[in-house]
Design a protein around this ligand. Sequence first.
Ligand code: PMM
Length: 251
Amino acid sequence: MLVMGILNVTPDSFADGGLHFDQAQAVAHGIAMAKDGADIIDVGGESTRPGADRVSAEEEQARIIPVIRELASRAIVISVDTMRASTAKFAIEAGATFVNDVSGGAADPEMFSTVAALDCRYILMHWRGHSKDMNSKAFYNDVVSEVIDEVSVQLRKAISAGIKREKIILDPGIGFAKDADHNWEFLNRIDEFTALGYPVLIGHSRKRFLGGDKPEDREEATVEVTRSLVDKGIWGVRVHGVKANVKAAHS
Ligand code: PMM
Protein backbone atom coordinates (compact mmCIF):
# COMPACT_ATOMS: atom_id res chain seq x y z
CA MET A 1 0.00 0.00 0.00
CA LEU A 2 1.44 3.35 -1.07
CA VAL A 3 1.52 6.36 1.23
CA MET A 4 0.76 9.80 -0.16
CA GLY A 5 1.91 12.69 2.03
CA ILE A 6 -0.34 15.77 2.14
CA LEU A 7 1.22 19.14 1.36
CA ASN A 8 -1.40 21.87 1.61
CA VAL A 9 0.15 25.16 0.48
CA THR A 10 -2.55 27.37 1.92
CA PRO A 11 -1.95 30.39 4.17
CA ASP A 12 -3.50 28.66 7.18
CA SER A 13 -1.37 25.51 6.74
CA PHE A 14 1.93 27.21 7.55
CA ALA A 15 1.66 29.95 10.16
CA ASP A 16 3.59 33.23 9.85
CA GLY A 17 5.12 35.05 6.96
CA GLY A 18 4.09 35.82 3.40
CA LEU A 19 3.73 33.53 0.43
CA HIS A 20 7.46 33.16 -0.16
CA PHE A 21 8.08 32.02 3.39
CA ASP A 22 5.14 29.63 3.14
CA GLN A 23 6.60 28.12 -0.02
CA ALA A 24 10.07 27.58 1.45
CA GLN A 25 8.44 25.83 4.40
CA ALA A 26 6.21 23.83 2.08
CA VAL A 27 9.21 22.58 0.06
CA ALA A 28 11.04 21.64 3.26
CA HIS A 29 7.96 19.78 4.52
CA GLY A 30 7.60 17.95 1.19
CA ILE A 31 11.24 16.83 1.30
CA ALA A 32 10.85 15.73 4.92
CA MET A 33 7.77 13.62 4.10
CA ALA A 34 9.61 11.98 1.18
CA LYS A 35 12.51 11.16 3.53
CA ASP A 36 10.00 9.72 6.01
CA GLY A 37 8.89 7.26 3.34
CA ALA A 38 6.04 8.94 1.44
CA ASP A 39 5.80 7.47 -2.06
CA ILE A 40 3.95 10.49 -3.49
CA ILE A 41 3.60 14.08 -2.28
CA ASP A 42 0.14 15.56 -2.92
CA VAL A 43 0.47 19.32 -3.42
CA GLY A 44 -2.67 21.46 -3.14
CA GLY A 45 -3.31 25.19 -3.01
CA GLU A 46 -7.02 25.27 -2.37
CA SER A 47 -8.64 24.07 0.84
CA THR A 48 -11.48 21.58 0.36
CA ARG A 49 -12.52 21.40 3.99
CA PRO A 50 -16.27 21.67 4.64
CA GLY A 51 -17.33 25.33 4.40
CA ALA A 52 -14.12 26.50 2.68
CA ASP A 53 -14.22 29.35 0.15
CA ARG A 54 -12.66 28.92 -3.28
CA VAL A 55 -9.46 30.68 -4.35
CA SER A 56 -8.83 32.00 -7.89
CA ALA A 57 -6.91 29.92 -10.43
CA GLU A 58 -4.09 32.50 -10.39
CA GLU A 59 -3.79 32.36 -6.60
CA GLU A 60 -3.90 28.56 -6.59
CA GLN A 61 -1.17 28.34 -9.24
CA ALA A 62 1.03 30.99 -7.60
CA ARG A 63 0.95 28.95 -4.39
CA ILE A 64 1.77 25.54 -5.79
CA ILE A 65 3.64 25.67 -9.11
CA PRO A 66 7.00 26.85 -7.66
CA VAL A 67 6.71 24.22 -4.92
CA ILE A 68 6.00 21.46 -7.46
CA ARG A 69 8.92 22.57 -9.64
CA GLU A 70 11.28 22.54 -6.69
CA LEU A 71 10.17 19.13 -5.39
CA ALA A 72 10.15 17.58 -8.88
CA SER A 73 13.75 18.73 -9.40
CA ARG A 74 14.62 16.48 -6.44
CA ALA A 75 13.04 13.45 -8.16
CA ILE A 76 10.09 13.39 -5.75
CA VAL A 77 6.87 11.89 -7.19
CA ILE A 78 4.13 14.51 -7.09
CA SER A 79 0.39 14.66 -7.47
CA VAL A 80 -1.45 17.94 -7.80
CA ASP A 81 -4.64 18.32 -5.76
CA THR A 82 -6.78 20.51 -8.00
CA MET A 83 -10.18 20.57 -9.65
CA ARG A 84 -9.04 23.01 -12.33
CA ALA A 85 -7.84 21.85 -15.76
CA SER A 86 -5.55 24.87 -16.15
CA THR A 87 -3.83 24.19 -12.82
CA ALA A 88 -3.54 20.49 -13.67
CA LYS A 89 -1.80 21.35 -16.95
CA PHE A 90 0.68 23.79 -15.36
CA ALA A 91 1.40 21.32 -12.56
CA ILE A 92 2.14 18.42 -14.93
CA GLU A 93 4.37 20.72 -16.99
CA ALA A 94 6.17 21.66 -13.75
CA GLY A 95 6.90 17.99 -13.01
CA ALA A 96 3.84 16.45 -11.29
CA THR A 97 2.80 13.02 -12.59
CA PHE A 98 -0.67 12.59 -11.04
CA VAL A 99 -3.74 14.84 -11.13
CA ASN A 100 -5.78 14.40 -7.94
CA ASP A 101 -9.20 15.82 -8.72
CA VAL A 102 -11.55 15.81 -5.71
CA SER A 103 -14.42 16.76 -8.01
CA GLY A 104 -13.95 13.66 -10.19
CA GLY A 105 -14.16 15.80 -13.31
CA ALA A 106 -17.40 17.53 -12.27
CA ALA A 107 -16.05 20.98 -11.35
CA ASP A 108 -14.30 21.84 -14.63
CA PRO A 109 -15.71 20.72 -18.01
CA GLU A 110 -12.18 20.85 -19.46
CA MET A 111 -10.65 18.47 -16.93
CA PHE A 112 -11.16 15.10 -18.66
CA SER A 113 -9.97 16.27 -22.09
CA THR A 114 -6.99 18.05 -20.50
CA VAL A 115 -5.94 14.95 -18.53
CA ALA A 116 -6.42 12.78 -21.64
CA ALA A 117 -4.07 15.07 -23.59
CA LEU A 118 -1.52 15.17 -20.75
CA ASP A 119 -1.68 11.35 -20.58
CA CYS A 120 -0.91 11.42 -16.83
CA ARG A 121 -2.33 9.37 -13.94
CA TYR A 122 -5.74 10.62 -12.74
CA ILE A 123 -7.33 10.25 -9.31
CA LEU A 124 -11.10 10.42 -9.71
CA MET A 125 -12.86 11.09 -6.40
CA HIS A 126 -16.56 10.88 -5.51
CA TRP A 127 -17.96 14.41 -5.19
CA ARG A 128 -21.38 15.99 -4.95
CA GLY A 129 -20.50 19.67 -4.91
CA HIS A 130 -18.20 22.37 -3.61
CA SER A 131 -17.11 22.50 0.04
CA LYS A 132 -19.31 25.48 0.81
CA ASP A 133 -22.49 23.40 0.92
CA MET A 134 -21.43 19.74 0.61
CA ASN A 135 -22.67 18.80 4.08
CA SER A 136 -26.24 19.48 2.94
CA LYS A 137 -25.75 16.79 0.27
CA ALA A 138 -24.91 13.95 2.69
CA PHE A 139 -28.08 11.94 2.07
CA TYR A 140 -28.11 8.34 0.87
CA ASN A 141 -30.34 5.29 1.00
CA ASP A 142 -27.28 3.14 0.59
CA VAL A 143 -24.05 5.10 0.62
CA VAL A 144 -21.89 2.38 -0.96
CA SER A 145 -24.05 1.60 -3.97
CA GLU A 146 -24.87 5.26 -4.61
CA VAL A 147 -21.23 6.33 -4.48
CA ILE A 148 -20.35 3.45 -6.83
CA ASP A 149 -23.13 4.52 -9.24
CA GLU A 150 -22.09 8.17 -9.19
CA VAL A 151 -18.38 7.39 -9.58
CA SER A 152 -19.21 5.02 -12.46
CA VAL A 153 -20.95 7.85 -14.32
CA GLN A 154 -17.83 10.03 -14.07
CA LEU A 155 -15.62 7.07 -14.93
CA ARG A 156 -17.51 6.45 -18.17
CA LYS A 157 -17.20 10.15 -19.10
CA ALA A 158 -13.48 10.13 -18.31
CA ILE A 159 -12.86 7.09 -20.50
CA SER A 160 -14.95 8.40 -23.38
CA ALA A 161 -13.00 11.69 -23.19
CA GLY A 162 -9.85 9.66 -23.86
CA ILE A 163 -8.34 8.98 -20.42
CA LYS A 164 -6.84 5.49 -20.52
CA ARG A 165 -8.36 3.00 -18.08
CA GLU A 166 -4.94 2.08 -16.67
CA LYS A 167 -4.25 5.71 -15.74
CA ILE A 168 -7.25 5.94 -13.39
CA ILE A 169 -7.35 5.60 -9.61
CA LEU A 170 -10.68 5.81 -7.75
CA ASP A 171 -11.35 7.43 -4.38
CA PRO A 172 -14.67 7.29 -2.46
CA GLY A 173 -14.11 10.79 -1.02
CA ILE A 174 -14.21 10.11 2.70
CA GLY A 175 -15.79 13.16 4.40
CA PHE A 176 -17.06 14.70 1.16
CA ALA A 177 -20.87 14.98 1.33
CA LYS A 178 -20.79 12.11 3.84
CA ASP A 179 -21.47 12.11 7.57
CA ALA A 180 -19.58 9.99 10.11
CA ASP A 181 -21.88 6.97 9.70
CA HIS A 182 -21.52 7.09 5.91
CA ASN A 183 -17.72 7.20 6.19
CA TRP A 184 -17.58 4.24 8.59
CA GLU A 185 -20.03 2.22 6.54
CA PHE A 186 -17.98 2.88 3.43
CA LEU A 187 -14.75 1.81 5.09
CA ASN A 188 -16.42 -1.34 6.44
CA ARG A 189 -17.66 -2.26 2.97
CA ILE A 190 -14.58 -1.08 1.05
CA ASP A 191 -14.34 -4.44 -0.76
CA GLU A 192 -17.44 -3.49 -2.79
CA PHE A 193 -15.56 -0.44 -4.07
CA THR A 194 -12.29 -2.25 -4.80
CA ALA A 195 -14.37 -4.81 -6.73
CA LEU A 196 -14.73 -2.19 -9.47
CA GLY A 197 -11.24 -3.31 -10.48
CA TYR A 198 -9.41 0.02 -10.22
CA PRO A 199 -6.65 1.06 -7.82
CA VAL A 200 -8.29 2.71 -4.77
CA LEU A 201 -7.01 5.67 -2.76
CA ILE A 202 -8.42 6.45 0.71
CA GLY A 203 -8.15 9.92 2.30
CA HIS A 204 -9.28 9.48 5.89
CA SER A 205 -6.42 11.34 7.57
CA ARG A 206 -7.41 13.46 10.59
CA LYS A 207 -10.96 13.90 9.33
CA ARG A 208 -13.84 14.82 11.62
CA PHE A 209 -15.56 11.40 11.59
CA LEU A 210 -12.58 9.99 13.51
CA GLY A 211 -13.66 11.97 16.59
CA GLY A 212 -11.65 14.44 18.69
CA ASP A 213 -11.93 18.22 18.59
CA LYS A 214 -8.76 19.08 16.71
CA PRO A 215 -7.22 17.41 13.62
CA GLU A 216 -4.01 16.70 15.62
CA ASP A 217 -6.08 14.63 18.09
CA ARG A 218 -7.09 12.27 15.30
CA GLU A 219 -3.67 10.91 14.39
CA GLU A 220 -3.99 7.71 16.42
CA ALA A 221 -7.37 6.92 14.87
CA THR A 222 -5.93 7.74 11.42
CA VAL A 223 -3.14 5.21 11.90
CA GLU A 224 -5.67 2.62 13.12
CA VAL A 225 -7.73 3.03 9.96
CA THR A 226 -4.58 2.79 7.82
CA ARG A 227 -3.69 -0.46 9.60
CA SER A 228 -7.23 -1.78 9.06
CA LEU A 229 -6.87 -1.18 5.31
CA VAL A 230 -3.75 -3.32 4.94
CA ASP A 231 -4.71 -6.55 3.11
CA LYS A 232 -7.88 -4.95 1.70
CA GLY A 233 -6.30 -4.46 -1.72
CA ILE A 234 -6.04 -0.69 -1.32
CA TRP A 235 -3.59 1.07 -3.66
CA GLY A 236 -2.80 3.96 -1.32
CA VAL A 237 -3.67 6.19 1.62
CA ARG A 238 -3.45 10.00 1.66
CA VAL A 239 -2.14 11.14 5.05
CA HIS A 240 -0.64 14.02 7.02
CA GLY A 241 1.51 12.02 9.46
CA VAL A 242 3.76 10.08 7.09
CA LYS A 243 6.08 8.21 9.47
CA ALA A 244 3.42 6.48 11.59
CA ASN A 245 1.23 5.69 8.59
CA VAL A 246 4.15 4.23 6.60
CA LYS A 247 4.80 1.95 9.56
CA ALA A 248 1.12 0.95 9.71
CA ALA A 249 0.89 0.49 5.94
CA HIS A 250 3.79 -1.96 6.02
CA SER A 251 2.61 -3.82 9.14
N1 PMM B 1 -9.36 14.97 1.02
C1 PMM B 1 -9.00 16.26 1.07
C2 PMM B 1 -8.28 16.86 0.02
N2 PMM B 1 -7.95 16.15 -1.07
N3 PMM B 1 -7.95 14.11 -2.25
C3 PMM B 1 -8.31 12.83 -2.34
N4 PMM B 1 -7.99 12.12 -3.44
N5 PMM B 1 -9.01 12.20 -1.34
C4 PMM B 1 -9.39 12.85 -0.22
O1 PMM B 1 -10.05 12.23 0.64
C5 PMM B 1 -9.03 14.23 -0.09
C6 PMM B 1 -8.29 14.83 -1.14
C7 PMM B 1 -9.36 17.08 2.27
O2 PMM B 1 -8.50 16.80 3.31
P1 PMM B 1 -7.35 17.82 3.83
O3 PMM B 1 -8.03 19.16 3.99
O4 PMM B 1 -6.94 17.22 5.12
O5 PMM B 1 -6.26 17.84 2.81
